[in-house]
Design a protein around this ligand. Structure first.
Ligand code: UD1
Length: 361
């Protein structure tokens, strides 16, 4: 059997890690196509290196652009690649423009499409990811759902017959990396020596990321978020995504000052270690909300809703879109409630390989 994975953005490389290992272990021929949506080394190459993912077989080098230009360029690039390989499955991941482009290109060629992380819904149609997920789920032949909640959404949309609950592959990789980095000194993972006086990782600190269009596109919104972070009751290490850096520059806003210490994004193992050491996480990233939950670090999410509703149980994650609670809740004791295992047992990738083998035409 031949599986062709299409990835392009940071969170997809994380999911690809355990899948690549499981597919190879199951004797599957695996072709990896990188669209080039993310291209900076810190956004792409380091994930392949750290997670032991083979180099992509094909790199489309698409780069940045408006949604239409980026997705359209990917479509044009993918057609000949899919035609050449004609795999048994085109495997697409998550909810980025790379996901949608690969799903559309494949269905048009009558190639079976499997969607990993199917069924997530924010019900917020302002989010580009929401368009990508809904369209991909309805185009795909096999929907690999991470949670019971995702299965519920797929059933509600009439897609139950094509859906299988496999668990969340991010649990596989997060737990594996957690065990590897547990003994690593924090200072090795998160070098703050150049970030100025007053930042001492022996003291409680917050780890933050902000990158969503709704939080970065206008000066007012981004300014309000940065102001709230500057006033936070503990130092905030802000791992600045290139989109945030570009938007802050465009709006004339600083990523430092007060409690705020802006720095570069981290590679995955370093990120996991930094979350483990943090008193709290402040983010608008879906993946990081879940990583905080899996690693037992309280999270405050700067969004009106979350797809990962299980993280809200027991107060592990708190939504604070209007920034009124941040000062009180960003640094809080971890809840004592059990988190359970809503995101699976850490063996999802093996199940995915099995389901793909069983259901290949
Ligand atoms: C994309 C995904 C989002 C995901 C995020 C993870 C879509 C619509 N969005 O958002 O779902 O949560 O990735 O990071 O697919 N840039 C660089 N270097 C890079 C990549 C991007 O400088 O390697 C800058 C460019 O200015 C670019 C901007 O970041 O225009 C946005 O990149 P893009 O890939 O369009 O979306 P993300 O915000 O990264």
């Amino acid at each position: 059997m031949k599986v062709l994975s299409v990835v392009g953005a940071r969170p997809q490389f994380v999911k690809l890690g355990p899948i690549a290992t499981a597919l190879t272990g199951a004797g599957v021929e695996h072709v990896i196509v990188h669209t080039g949506q993310h291209y900076d080394a810190v956004m792409s190459d380091v994930f392949f290196a750290d997670l032991g993912i083979p180099d992509p077989d094909v790199h489309l080098g698409v780069g940045s652009g408006s949604h239409g230009v980026q997705t359209g360029t990917m479509l044009a690039g993918l057609d000949p690649v899919l035609e050449e390989h004609r795999p048994d499955w085109v495997l697409v991941y998550g909810d980025t423009n790379s996901t949608l482009a690969a799903a559309v290109s494949a269905v048009k060629m009558h190639l079976p499409v499997a969607h990993l992380e199917a069924g997530l819904r924010s019900f917020n149609r302002r989010m580009p990811e929401e368009h990508n997920r809904v369209l991909t789920d309805h185009a795909a032949d096999l929907l690999l759902a991470p949670t019971d909640e995702a299965m519920k959404h797929l059933t509600h949309e009439g897609l139950a017959e094509r859906s299988v609950m496999v668990g969340d592959v991010m649990t596989d990789v997060c737990h594996l990396v957690r065990d590897t980095v547990a003994g690593t000194p924090l200072a090795e993972a998160l070098d703050v020596s150049g970030l100025g006086e007053g930042l001492d990782l022996e003291q409680p600190y917050l780890l933050a990321t902000i990158h969503r269009p709704d939080n970065t596109d206008t000066k007012e919104r981004l300014g309000a978020i940065l102001e709230a972070l500057r006033a936070a009751p503990a130092p905030v290490v802000l791992l600045a995504h290139p989109r945030l850096v570009a938007k802050a520059k465009e709006h004339g806003l600083d990523l430092v000052g007060g409690s705020l210490y802006g720095t570069s994004p981290l590679a995955y193992p370093q990120m996991v270690r930094a979350v483990m050491g943090a008193a709290g996480v402040v983010t608008d990233s879906g993946g990081l909300q879940k990583e905080a939950f899996l690693l037992g670090t309280p999270c405050t999410t700067i969004r009106p809703e979350t797809e990962w509703v299980e993280t809200l149980e027991g107060g592990w994650n708190i939504l604070d879109n209007d920034l009124t609670q941040l000062a009180d809740v960003a640094v809080r004791q971890a809840p004592t409630s059990e988190r359970g295992t809503p995101y699976g047992d850490g063996h999802t990738a093996d199940r995915v390989a099995k389901v793909l083998l069983e259901r290949a035409r």
